[in-house]
Each structure stands twice: as structure tokens, then as C-alpha cells.
Write a protein of this length. Structure first.
Lengths: 291, 322, 328
């Protein structure tokens, strides 16, 4: 048995180097974006809302005719593009994290309760998951925002109430696995209460799986926010969301392609980075379980 | 020997429903079928049987981890059903088979051993620390182990941790479910010796479940043999090993391979039909494999023949006694 | 004595992490004999077998002074040459038959495939052979079993199927890695009896890997005891149980509860400590940390002593040294 375990670990060896490079890359992207989001007001060279109609659509630094004061140029209203990008990171990360916390709380509570209790309770949770999976997220989000008007809070709540399914599915299946392990039985026999066992014995052992889900959900929420903002139903202007920046830039893309390229690339790199980080976490999990 | 048995099981029955998949029909599996037993305080009841015979389910019923479908379990004379969990924890504790699954991989050894004390909610932090250190030392672990994680320990060390956790509340009864099956031979002996010492020191009652008959003979004062959810024979250890009455017990004993060269592999005389808990044969449930079955065994369930300290369920034992 | 069927000397396996799993193992399996490789988990017994079959995982490196099978040098054999031997002239069965049988194919198609590949036989010939082998391993209604999938069989039946499949091509050597560990005691006895019978009737050489000294005593002709990647003692079975020489062998024998030898309730002999993980470059006796008779010189190269005909052991102590049995 032990021999086999040793063998399987060594086979994983050569792939881990490449994988960990990706993980580090992802962690770096996420780290830089988080840093920009938190320290945005100190980092941004200009106020992202100040318009200067005399300096509209200035090109970024790698093109001709740039202004050193605006390294990423300006938009159609003459606002500094770098500053808007930094403030946009704030909005993206804020929405990604807030939505994930909301959906995480709902999904984890449902999933853990269903997986731990089993029986009728679990049937109810499964039914709720199935119902949720039958709801078209984008359509409902569009309808809600269309009816109630766009605001940051509403967007977070709407997405948060819709994106909990993956959390619930993963929390439920991992809880069912952990519940049947002997250390949970030992905790019962030790006289621990149900709540204590859930919080101290089960949750820490499924937390790493949930962390992987969380990274994927953050990426998904950021993309959905961008899509909704692009359609004009997400973050209300003049807030600088990346999706909104893309939407506002689409009319100028033929003559000033950078205005759509810069937020587009930023969005791609951030989501790509988050997914790389998620993959890395999953790998760490796979080899970290049971020596 | 006190009058109240440490463990008393009265006509316990436990069934499970298995779903037959999308198109199959759900089946009922009888894991424990009308089992009654009493373990006198201070003794060791060994339970032997092959996989699927219900011995682990019986252990879980006695630990209160599973409710009985019918019948009841009494621990120290009190009904387990509805017993306060803290009170139960002070009476009866488990040691499980797989030391890799029985310790929470995310918690430190000290916290794992302290868990039953913490759950009681009446001990101060300093007292818990002192008791944990004492108990770790008693089971042969250095006190600096308290800060380590289970992954840093070997299988034998982990099993010592599990034993320390089981004994920290000084319970009267310990249910050992295959405590040494996952361990190497040299480590198995260490753990068996430790369990024997602790039993004398703390005056414990053990329910000792194992598939290894040599181990059971070594530790148990009395042995019950389970087959497909029922106890088919129970007797004091020496009696059961020297004069087995049930053909299944005889087959089990015959299949023990003691390290004595030259004897070869014995013919246990059992057929190829293996027991299936979802499909229990009529009459005596052992008759399809029994080398000495007679016609009646296929249709009539054998009666229980009980004496003071032994009992057996077999038609032929009746004939032998007559 | 004629040349051994399987002749291993100085076999070394090192894993990528630097763990020396096998450190200079020498084993000789003669034609028609059962040779038991016994030891605790992590001692290198399974890895040795996998190294012989060249089935080690990536990242493990193998070297040997001598590795010969029926006079053929396995070290210089190509991968295709090795594949031609495996399952044909040397076959292997594992502890958990479910993982070595493909759940997606019937028993019959898996059994015939081996024969058709190695012997180039027709489907009909191979099917007849499969039915014959199933009957040979004591399976009733072999025709029906050939059409079944592995999950429809019980553990004991699956192990019989594995044995039948291993014997499809009339191998000269069968390597069995803990073949009965996952089985119940009664089924274990049946399977071992079957293996012993087949071995006798077919003149097979069997290399049986086990941790169970009871199995060793009952089925082996010769025994090699492994510890920390080395064969620490090798002898004929009767000799080993009557006159164990290495402190580890003696300690191991004391650990097993034997009716009549140790009375119920008395403490068993035990070996303190745990099985070590040995790194490459380790010197001296691997058992010295747990040995009651260890001396400073045990950290240096340890001599291999002879204790009679075909009986040798790896220890500084002279043959038939006296020390209280169980004092360790």
C-alpha cells in the first residue's frame, strides 16, 4: 500500500513544475489586481470622473501623439484611462468578492445541511439545486435590473442569489464524504454537538474544495457583471466598470481600437489569472490529501 | 462481577435500504438480525465474523452511532436511546480500524485527544492540557506530539492517539472495531499489549471486533461468532476454541493459518457460495455453505440452544446434545 | 543445483524523492518452488516485484547486478521483449483483483485477449482455454462466468478469475502480491489451497509476497525476509521458523499470537519503534534503531553470515547467537 502511494506521488512530479508556474502567474495577476483595487485612490494618477473634452481619445503610450500624463490615453470624454482602469478593478473585485460571499453563504449552508442530514432534508436541498439550475441567470438578472433599475447593491444581491448552485453541489458531496469518515463518528462518541461537529470537524475538511469553487465563482461574477454593464444594465455610469468601459468604447473601436482593447485585455487577464489560481489550488488539494 | 452487564443488547435489529439504481428495485438488507448479548463488566467480548456479517453495524448500534430498527441497547443498565450525549461519552468510547480516517487531518494531536473533555464543557483549559499530556504519556507518546498533525505520525502512533482520545474521560467501556487490522504485525503487537495493560489499569470492559481469530483468542474472555447478521455461537474463549459446536465456527478456526511450517493449507470444507446480506437463505442461513448440512437445515431455522455461558444455533448441535 | 528460474542480485530501486525502496536485494526462485517474500509495509517487497516485471512508475529508477529469468537477461531486454514475457511466461496477480480487472469488459474477453495476443490463437481456441482454466481454478459453470463482468463476481471469485487469467498462457513464474489480503479468512484458505495445488500440478514457480507469517509457514518452500529494502534473512521455511537468526526475524515471530505458544492475556513480544524510510546513501543495518542488540559497529557495513545450508542472514551476530527471545 505504502509503496503504491510513493509511486503515485512520484508520477505527479514532472507535471507539478509547470502547474505551479501557472499557479504563481495566477496568484500574481490576482495579487496585483487586488492591490490596485485596494490602493486605487493612491495609485491612480488622475480623478477617474474628471472630464476634459479638449483631450478626448488620446492614444496610449505605445502609439504616436501621446501625452505622458495619460499613459493609457483618455476616453471619449477625456477621462484618464489608466485611472478608470484602476477604479474599474475596484468595481470588478468588489462585485466578484461580494457576490461570491453572498452565494457562498447560501450554497454552503444548504449543501452542508443537506449532505450532513441526509434523508428528506437532503432531498429538499437537491430539489432546490435543481430548481436553481433551471433558472436562466442572465435573463433573470436582466429582468430584475430592468425592472428595479441598476445599482451596485442590487447587482450584487441578484447575482449572489443566483450563483450559489456550484457551492451547494460541492459542499453537499464533500460533506457526505467527510460525514462517513471515522473521525466524525469519534466526535459523536466524544459527546460533541451537531453544530460543533459541522463547524469544527466537517467544515475545515471541505474548506479547501470550497476555496476552489470560490475562485471560479469570482471569475464568473466578474464576467457576468461585465456582460450586464455592457448591456447597460449593470453598474450605473459614470462608475468605471470594465464592462461599461467596453460598452462606451464600442462606438470608437474602429478609429481608436485601444479604448476597447485595454479594458478587454484587462478583463481577460484577470479572469484567466483567477482560473489559473483555481487550477493550482485544485492540484494542491489533489496531492495534499492523505500521504 | 457486578450484576448489571456493561453492555446489554436486547433483540436488536438493523436494516438498511439500498437503492437499486435508476431501474432497479430498492432492497432491504438486514445487517443485524435479532441479536441479543450481554457483556459483563470487566470482561472482553470478542466478536468474529467475515466481512458483511454485521459486526461493524453491531458496534455502531452499541456506540449509539446508528439507531436500532427494533430492539434496544443498554449501556451500564441504561437505555442508549435518548441518553444525553455527554453522559454517554463518559460511559462508552470507540477505537476504530483505520487510524488514517479516525483522526481529523486538520487538527493537532493535542486537540484531538482533548475533544471529549472539551465536549463535556466543564473542564478548564489548564486542566485539559494536563490531562492530555498525562494520557499521551500513558499510551506511549512523547508529550511534544500534542503539537503535531496526524499526517506526521505513523499508523501505530495514530492508533495510540485514538486510544488516548477514547480513554481521556475514563469511560468504563471501549468498543474496539478491528483496532489492529490496518497495522503492521510488529506494531499490532504493541497496540494489543497496550490495550491489555490499559484494561487492567482502568478496569475497562472491551467489545473487541476482529476478523483475526488468533488476536481474538489472545485478548477475549468470551467470543461471539456472527454470520449474516446473527450470532450463531457464543462461548467462553477457551471453550469456543477447543470445542466449537457450530460448523461455521469450526470452519473459521480451521482457516486460521498459524505460523507452523509443514502443516499446509487446511481444507475448510466450505462451498463457493458466498453470503449475501441482501439475500438471506431460508432455514439456517449457513446451510448453503455448510459441509454437514442435513435436509432440515434448508427449511427450518435452527433453535437457540442456550446454556449458562454458551449458546449455539444449529440443528446438529441439538442432535449432538441429545 | 541448476540455475534458478528467477535470479535477482543487487537489485536497487530509488524513487525520485530520494527514498531507497530496494537496496541490493538478492532473491533466487527455483523452478517449481514457492518462494515467499515477507515483510511489513514499506519494506520494499512489492516494489521488488514490480521492478522485476519492469512495471515501476515513472520517476523510479532501477538497477541490478543481475536480473535473469530462465537464462535471459531482463536488464538488457527491450520494452517489447519485456511485454512479450509479461502475462506469458511470467504472470502477476495483485491484492485487489477489482483494480486489475477492467470493469468495462467481460471476464471472457479479458481472458481470451491475453491468450490471443501471446499465443496468436483463434477466438474459439482461446475461449476453450479460458473455460478450461476457470474450471481448473474451481469455478463452477465457467461458460456463464465468461460472459459476466467483474463487478458481478464476489471478491473470492474475482481472485480466482485473476489466477485463471494469469495461468492462461502456461507461465513458468507466477508473482502473487498479497493475493489474499483483501479476502475473508475462509476464502483466503480456499484460494491458498488452490494456489498450492496448481503450483504442484503445473510445476509453477511462485514468488508470493505477503506480510502474514501464517501464510509463509503453510505454503512456502523458501522464505526471504525483507526489512527497509534489504533481504535480511533467507532460508528454507522449516529452517527459518526453527532457527531464525536475524533479530528482526526473531522479533517478528514473537509478535504473532500463536495458540499454545503465548497464553491468552500474556503480553506479546513486540518490536519497538516504526519501520524507517531509508534514503539513498544510507549505511549499515536498517534495523539498528529498533534492535535490542545494536552496537556502534552496526552503523558500518554489515556482514552476511551463513547459518547452515541455504540459510543466510545480514547481521553482525554469529550464527545461533543466544539472546533472550522477546527481549527486544
Amino acid at each position: 500500500m505504502t509503496d503504491i502511494a510513493v509511486v503515485s506521488v512520484t508520477t505527479a512530479g514532472p507535471r507539478r513544475g509547470w502547474r505551479s508556474l501557472g499557479t504563481w502567474l495566477g496568484a500574481a495577476v490576482v495579487g496585483i489586481t487586488l492591490f490596485a483595487a485596494i490602493f486605487g485612490p493612491w495609485l491612480a494618477p488622475h480623478d477617474p470622473f474628471t472630464q476634459d473634452l479638449t483631450r478626448r481619445l488620446l492614444p496610449p503610450f505605445w502609439m504616436d501623439g501621446t501625452d505622458p500624463a495619460h499613459p493609457f490615453g483618455t476616453d471619449q470624454l477625456g477621462r484618464d484611462y489608466l485611472s478608470r482602469l484602476i477604479y474599474g478593478a475596484r468595481i470588478s473585485m468588489l462585485i466578484g468578492i461580494a457576490v461570491t460571499i453572498t452565494s457562498g453563504v447560501i450554497g454552503i449552508v444548504l449543501g452542508v445541511i443537506g449532505g450532513f442530514a441526509g434523508g428528506k432534508v437532503d432531498d429538499a436541498v437537491l430539489f432546490a439545486i435543481t430548481c436553481r439550475l433551471s433558472i436562466p441567470v442572465v435573463l433573470v438578472a436582466l429582468a430584475v435590473v430592468g425592472l428595479l433599475g441598476s445599482s451596485l447593491t442590487l447587482l450584487v444581491l441578484t447575482l449572489g442569489l443566483l450563483l450559489w448552485d456550484r457551492f451547494a453541489v460541492v459542499a453537499r458531496s464533500t460533506t457526505m464524504q467527510v460525514r462517513n469518515l471515522d473521525f466524525v463518528a469519534a466526535a459523536w462518541c466524544a459527546g460533541c454537538s451537531r453544530g460543533y461537529i459541522l463547524a469544527r470537524e466537517v467544515l475545515p475538511n471541505i474548506a479547501s474544495h470550497l476555496a476552489v469553487v470560490a475562485t471560479l465563482e469570482i471569475a464568473l461574477a466578474i464576467l457576468l457583471e461585465a456582460a450586464l454593464s455592457f448591456l447597460g444594465l449593470g453598474v450605473p455610469p459614470p462608475l468605471p466598470s470594465w464592462g461599461l468601459m467596453i460598452a462606451e468604447a464600442k462606438e470608437y473601436m474602429f478609429f481608436s481600437p485601444w479604448v476597447i482593447m485595454i479594458p478587454g485585455v484587462a478583463l481577460f487577464v484577470l479572469v484567466f489569472g483567477i482560473n489559473l489560481l483555481g487550477d493550482g489550488l485544485r492540484d494542491l488539494l489533489g496531492t495534499g490529501e492523505r500521504s | 462481577m457486578s450484576a448489571t452487564p456493561a453492555i446489554e443488547v436486547k433483540s436488536a435489529r438493523r436494516t438498511f435500504r439500498t437503492s437499486g439504481g435508476l431501474f432497479g428495485t430498492a432492497r432491504e438488507v438486514v445487517a443485524v438480525d435479532d441479536v441479543s448479548l450481554a457483556v459483563p463488566a470487566g470482561s472482553v467480548l470478542g466478536i468474529v465474523g467475515e466481512s458483511g456479517c454485521g459486526k461493524s453495524t453491531l458496534a455502531r448500534l452499541i456506540l449509539g452511532l446508528l439507531p436500532t430498527t427494533a430492539g434496544e441497547v443498554l449501556v451500564d443498565g441504561q437505555r442508549l436511546d435518548g441518553m444525553d450525549r455527554r453522559f454517554r461519552a463518559e460511559l462508552i468510547q470507540p477505537v476504530f480500524q483505520d487510524p488514517f480516517a479516525s483522526l481529523n487531518p486538520r487538527r493537532r494531536i493535542g486537540d484531538i485527544v482533548a475533544l471529549p473533555l472539551v465536549a463535556q464543557g466543564k473542564f478548564a483549559g489548564a486542566e485539559i492540557g494536563r490531562k492530555v499530556a498525562e494520557m499521551l504519556e500513558r499510551v506511549g507518546l512523547a508529550s511534544d506530539m500534542a503539537g503535531r498533525l496526524p499526517a506526521e505520525l505513523s499508523g501505530g502512533q495514530r492508533q495510540r492517539v485514538a486510544i488516548a482520545r477514547a480513554l481521556i474521560l475514563r469511560p468504563r467501556i471501549v468498543v474496539c472495531d478491528e483496532p489492529t487490522s490496518a497495522l503492521d504485525v510488529s506494531v499490532q503487537a504493541q497496540i494489543l499489549n497496550l490495550l491489555a495493560e490499559l484494561r487492567r489499569e482502568f478496569n475497562l470492559t472491551y467489545l473487541f471486533i476482529s476478523h483475526n481469530l488468533a488476536v481474538v483468542e489472545h485478548v477475549a474472555t468470551e467470543v461471539a461468532v456472527m454470520y449474516l447478521g446473527r450470532i450463531v455461537e457464543q462461548a467462553p474463549t477457551a471453550e469456543l476454541f477447543h470445542a466449537p459446536r457450530h460448523p461455521y465456527t469450526r470452519a473459521l478456526l480451521a482457516s486460521v493459518l498459524t505460523p507452523e511450517p509443514g502443516l499446509g493449507v487446511p481444507d475448510v470444507g466450505l462451498g463457493d457460495i458466498l453470503p449475501d446480506p441482501a439475500n438471506i437463505p431460508p432455514g439456517c442461513r449457513f446451510h448453503p455453505r455448510c459441509p454437514v448440512a442435513i435436509e432440515r437445515c434448508g427449511s427450518v431455522a435452527p433453535p437457540l440452544l442456550a446454556a449458562a455461558h454458551s449458546r449455539v444455533e444449529c440443528h446438529l448441535a441439538v442432535a449432538g446434545a441429545a | 543445483m541448476s540455475e534458478a528460474l528467477l535470479d535477482i542480485a543487487g537489485l536497487r530501486v530509488t524513487f525520485a524523492g530520494g527514498t531507497a525502496a530496494v537496496r541490493g536485494t538478492a532473491i533466487a526462485v527455483n523452478r517449481g518452488e514457492t518462494h515467499c517474500l515477507v515483510g511489513e509495509s514499506g519494506c520494499g517487497k512489492s516494489v521488488s516485484a514490480l521492478a522485476v516485471m519492469n512495471l515501476l512508475a515513472r520517476g523510479a529508477s532501477r538497477s541490478a547486478d543481475r536480473l535473469r529469468f530462465a537464462g535471459e537477461d531482463l536488464l538488457s531486454l527491450s520494452d517489447t521483449g519485456m511485454a512479450r514475457l509479461r502475462g506469458n511466461r511470467m504472470a502477476m496477480i495483485f491484492q485487489e483483483p477489482m483494480t486489475s480487472l477492467n470493469p468495462a469488459y467481460t471476464v471472457g474477453s479479458q481472458m481470451t485477449e491475453v491468450h490471443r495476443r501471446h499465443k496468436g490463437s483463434s477466438r474459439q481456441v482461446a475461449t476453450d482455454r479460458a473455460a478450461e482454466m476457470l474450471a481448473r481454478v474451481g469455478i463452477t459453470a465457467p461458460g456463464m462466468r465468461l460472459g459476466q463482468f467483474p463487478h458481478q463476481l464476489s471478491g473470492g471469485l474475482r481472485q480466482r478469475v485473476m489466477i485463471a487469467m494469469a495461468l492462461m498462457c502456461d507461465p513458468e513464474l507466477l508473482i502473487a502480491d498479497e493475493p489474499t489480503t483483501a479476502l475473508d479468512v475462509t476464502v483466503q484458505a480456499q484460494i491458498l489451497r488452490l494456489l498450492a495445488g496448481l503450483q504442484r500440478d503445473l510445476g509453477l514457480a511462485v514468488l508470493l509476497i505477503t506480510h502474514d507469517l501464517g501464510i509463509v509457514a503453510r505454503v512456502a518452500d523458501r522464505v526471504s525476509v525483507m526489512y527497509a529494502g534489504e533481504v535480511v534473512e533467507s532460508a528454507r521455511t522449516n529452517d527459518l521458523f526453527a532457527r531464525p537468526q536475524h533479530p528482526y526475524t526473531r522479533g517478528l515471530l514473537d509478535c504473532v499470537p500463536v495458540p499454545g505458544k503465548i497464553r491468552p492475556g500474556e503480553p506479546l513480544g513486540s518490536i519497538p519503534g516504526v519501520v524507517p524510510r531509508v534514503r539513498a546513501g544510507f549505511q549499515g543495518c536498517g534495523f539498528r534503531d529498533r534492535c535490542a542488540f545494536a552496537m556502534p559497529e552496526c552503523a558500518a557495513e554489515v556482514p552476511r553470515h551463513a547459518a547452515g545450508e541455504a540459510h543466510d542472514y545480514l547481521c553482525r551476530l554469529a550464527a545461533d547467537w543466544s539472546g533472550l527471545r522477546g527481549a527486544a
